[in-house]
Design a binder for this molecule. Sequence first.
Ligand SMILES: [Zn+2]
Length: 256
Amino acid sequence: MLAGVVAALARRAGSLSASGQWAAFGTGTIAAAAGWRWAGLLIGYFVLASALTRWGAGRKAARTADVLPDASARGALQVLANGGLFAALVLAGTLLRAPPLLVAANGALAAAAADTWATEIGTLWGGTPRSLLSGRALGAGESGGVTLVGTAASAVAAALMGGAAGLLLAAPGGVAADAAFAVGLAGLVGSAADSLLGATLQSKRWCEQCKRWTERRVHTCQYRTRHARGVRWMTNDTVNLLATACGALAAVLAAA
Ligand SMILES: [Zn+2]
């Protein structure tokens, strides 16, 4: 019921599309089945991410309209790419009584949080992004670009998620310092993986009319774009999912 209410409120606020509402309901229900603390953590992540997305939304849309499709409301694929692995891993970790799976789950969500914060705050305040690989200047919103402000924001998100994991994974009254460190590190690794995949394998489309890179199938000039770089099926959602998997793996390795 809690998952249903949160998802419905988010839909009403325009943060989720209809498909996104169902995906959030499913993801939240699975997290709650694993335990209230995990549902709480997921809701905390989601509310902060949605608030950051709305912050300066008009200014961000104006900066990235050329590159990114309109997507203020998150769809099902976007919700699952960010929270799906977390929900699956907390449920598996709880049912199997396997603490490493819970650490992995927290690492996955930390990666999603760090990437979301970097994107939303970096697009707003970060100025011109540069390619993580070549250092060349990119258009705002172009995948694989990083800014100093965005990277700092991802570090703050990673630290927050690490702190939360340290409290939630500890024995009552204590703090699990190892888990906090591992999850914080996982956030940074996942965010870096996202930028690296975005700069290399992610599908990029080319508008012949404007001579610009974009993720839009039909560009803002109404010209149909063509797939021109990266792997065709490697969309932004696929990259996000792989980045959370990198975060999960990094957390387990760091905690071991
Ligand atoms: Zn164009």
